[in-house]
Design a binder for this molecule. Structure first.
Ligand SMILES: CCCCCCC/C=C/C(=O)SCCNC(=O)CCNC(=O)[C@H](O)C(C)(C)COP(=O)(O)OP(=O)(O)OC[C@H]1O[C@@H](n2cnc3c(N)ncnc32)[C@H](O)[C@@H]1OP(=O)(O)O
Length: 722
């Protein structure tokens, strides 16, 4: 928990010891409080050095304790006593000093950091503010503007930046604890400077500028927060630091943290924190798991297809220091792709102040033969099964027998590709999201033949690329796009019933989505879905001409997006889609009067009487339809956990993190309510079978709506597709 020792005769060394990150759980707080008291009252001790075991100072409060009844001593009095002490207290910061860990360090009189240390207040990402004096001490140390930026964004700073900002006093390359001990010996008995080291006794100068900074900060934060409270409350805490004496500022901080600590948003954000980490802990029915399966070494990767996805994937790989052989079939495409990749790398290097992008890692070629020596191939050609099958057959002949063959398909059958190869166990899906060099999500799609080694290799490669990998089973659309289809269907139906695209989008954005569904559709291009619908036989020559336009495969169907595509309205790229753009390629969507006329004509052609669609209906139909499919996905064993589905939505589909994800949201609304609303909408729309509540949802409600982590136990015939 924490250890006490004496060094150099007069120095007390207190070492936090709570692996893996020295989080400040109740037992740790109790031990440090006791041994700090011992050190501060022991007449032989002249100074204290505080450090953490195993190269980590402290990652802050133990997040697992939030939401439970409080126990153990609080941090605020401990930090207060330490700061008030007449004996110098020096923090020796290695690894990380985050949240409560940094608050403890700010209560020390001096801070020495290792060159590789990182410091910050990430509480905002957990729906909180720094609530143990951090919101009051940091602005007193580095000023309002810098503190505002760090606290409202949760950004971590390097030791070097911390030195520039004045957060730490010294940065060392060598032994941090030894340096801190020497430092402590030097400051023993130097009383006057110690007085000035107590941050609570400083007054932050509240100039007119600071008032303006806070006002601007509040406006910026409100605009970016997408409905999240914590960033706004962070600004309120900083305003208290700027305008009130320290003790009153601390009272305000306490009121603000108490308001947040039990909020639904804080719960959702903390759930996301653990869900993201749990997603790494995959397992297969064979018993193979993340911690017993060895990934293969990947030094050289082939990327086939240099369209939007292939370019982003190539950039991601090169930025992670991996050699890439990028293959295109046509010279013109190759040239376009090559220029786009080099441009992206150039801009990225400039942003990082690096003069030379790592282009030496790249080979561009028109020949698949050059893939003979790669460890893994990522296929990113058109979503055309026949084309992909031909390619996989050829890759088998060209690549060495141990090469993993991965497909970036966004929903086609990974197993159908595996069976055309002689190495089924080495085929997995690696589904990146556009733009692949920016988006964090990676669905690793595991077919019935995929080996544990292949899954482990894809997940490990994803991690190297900075992605959040989630292992999912093989079914049309996997997890993300399978649920997305139902979300889109509801959005189209809402247009048929009377809504406008910008109205639906506004409601979704107010809910917190990064972008409304119709803006997303314009950005990705309406032709993407059009191709998928053609391939799946929903439109095209195979459809019986007698089938009504609004009826497909036994259910309600909206031909609205197909009609737009037929008119060449493909979204941003054509200057027109659900919105109007100034020019083809334009980025600013404007409501389109022609779209409103088109919808009116469409509704009268099909005898649909438009009605006012309320915001709550938009949210309920879109999000409950998604969650309902999520329950089916769980039941079918396509996803291992509800958390995995939520991670996919938060990292790949702009779902607001402070709402946890579609499954967590359903739990927060109440499963009984979701069930009842789905029944209501299904009664109104019996031609939409997906609105019928899934059996798992019904069973969960019957079982009294257990917490998310227990849902899997209610799956009737547990069968994993992973
Ligand atoms: C009225 C109430 C007043 C309350 C006042 C409270 C004041 C203080 C508040 C806080 O301090 S809130 C916490 C702020 N700190 C953080 O948000 C840090 C979170 N952690 C991280 O960012 C990262 O974990 C890391 C420390 C940078 C390490 O990253 P790395 O990639 O190396 O490892 P991970 O896989 O992320 O973590 C390893 C392991 O540790 C668990 N863990 C990490 N941090 C915490 C924590 N603060 N509490 C509990 N557990 C933590 C993490 O879940 C991993 O666990 P496993 O998955 O391995 O089981």
């Amino acid at each position: 928990m924490a250890r006490y020792s004496r060094t150099e005769g007069t120095i007390a060394l207190i070492t936090l010891s709570n692996p893996p990150v020295n989080a400040l759980g109740a037992a740790v707080r109790r031990t440090i409080t006791d041994i700090m008291h011992r050190a501060l009252t022991d007449g032989e001790v002249k100074a204290v050095v505080l450090c953490g075991e195993n190269g980590t100072f402290c990652a802050g409060a133990d997040i697992r304790e939030f939401g439970k009844p409080p126990s153990g001593p609080a941090l605020v009095p401990l930090i207060h006593d330490m700061e008030a002490s007449e004996k110098p207290v020096v923090a020796a910061i290695e690894g990380v000093a985050l949240g409560g860990g940094l608050e403890i360090a700010l209560g020390c009189h001096y801070r020495i950091a290792h060159a590789k240390a990182r410091l910050g207040f990430p509480e905002v990402m957990l729906g909180l503010i720094p609530g143990a004096g951090g919101s009051q001490r940091l602005p007193r140390l580095i000023g309002i503007p810098a503190a505002l930026e760090l606290i409202t964004t949760g950004r971590l700073v390097s030791a070097q930046e911390a030195l520039k900002l004045g957060i730490v006093d010294q940065v060392v390359d060598g032994n941090t604890i030894e340096t801190a001990v020497k430092f402590a010996l030097n400051v023993i008995g130097v009383c006057r400077p110690l007085l000035s080291r107590r941050l609570s006794e400083r007054t932050p100068a509240f100039s007119v500028d600071a008032a303006a900074v806070l006002e601007e900060g509040m406006a910026r934060v409100k605009q970016r927060a997408r409905g999240a409270f914590a960033p706004v409350v962070c600004v309120q805490a900083l305003r208290a630091a700027a305008t009130l004496p320290y003790s009153r500022g601390m009272e305000t901080e306490e009121q603000l943290i108490n308001m947040l600590i039990d909020s639904s948003q804080a719960r959702a954000l903390q759930y996301c924190f653990f869900a993201q980490r749990n997603a790494r802990k995959w397992s297969l029915p064979s018993g193979a798991r993340w911690n017993n399966s060895k990934p293969r070494a990947v030094h050289r990767v082939g990327v086939v297809g240099l369209g939007t996805m292939g370019r982003g994937i190539t950039v991601s790989l090169v930025k992670a220091g991996i050699s890439v052989v990028a293959v295109e079939m046509e010279e013109k495409q190759m040239d376009l792709g090559m220029r786009a990749v080099l441009g992206m790398l150039e801009r990225d290097a400039q942003r990082r102040g690096d003069t030379r992008p790592p282009t030496h890692l790249l080979t561009f070629t028109l020949s698949l033969q050059q893939l003979g020596n790669v460890d893994l191939v990522i296929e990113a050609v058109f979503e055309d099964m026949a084309l992909k099958k031909r390619l996989f057959t050829e890759l088998c002949n060209v690549c060495k027998p141990s090469t993993l063959l991965c497909t970036n398909t966004s929903g086609l059958d990974v197993d159908a590709l595996a069976v055309v190869t002689h190495r089924r166990s080495l085929v997995v899906g690696m589904h990146f999201f556009a733009p692949a060099n920016v988006m964090k999500l990676l669905e690793v799609v595991c077919g019935p033949h995929s080996s544990a080694e292949a899954v482990a290799t894809a997940m490990t490669l994803g991690k190297r690329l900075g992605k959040v990998g989630v292992v999912v089973g093989n079914c049309p659309g996997f997890v993300g796009n399978r649920m997305m289809k139902l979300y889109l269907d509801q959005a189209y139906f809402l247009l048929e019933e009377g809504a406008a695209p910008e109205q639906v989008d506004q409601v979704l954005e107010e809910f917190g989505f990064t972008m409304g569904i119709f803006k997303v559709s314009d950005l990705s291009g309406l032709d993407v879905g059009w191709r998928v619908r053609k391939a799946s036989g929903l439109i095209g020559p195979d459809v019986n001409p007698k089938t009504p336009s609004r009826w497909r495969q036994g259910c309600r169907y909206s031909p609205l997006p197909d009609l737009l595509c037929e008119q060449g309205h493909l979204g941003q790229k054509s200057g027109r889609g659900w919105y109007l753009y100034e020019t083809p390629g334009g980025k600013e969507p404007k409501p389109d009067p022609a779209m409103h006329r088109f919808l009116q004509e469409y509704r009268s052609r099909y005898g649909l009487t438009p009605r006012h669609v309320h915001a709550h209906e938009v949210i309920e139909r879109c999000t409950y339809a998604m969650a309902n499919e999520g329950f089916r996905i769980l039941e079918e064993g396509i996803a291992a956990r509800a958390e995995d589905i939520d991670v996919i939505y938060v990292f790949g589909y702009g779902w607001p993190r402070h709402r946890g994800g579609p499954m967590f949201h359903a739990a927060q609304v109440g499963l009984a309510t979701v069930l009842q609303r789905l029944e209501h909408y299904h009664q109104l729309h019996p031609d939409v079978p997906h609105l019928q509540p899934s059996p798992l949802l019904q069973r969960l409600v019957e079982a009294g709506s257990p917490p998310v982590h227990h849902w899997r136990e209610h799956v009737q015939h547990l069968h994993s597709h992973l």
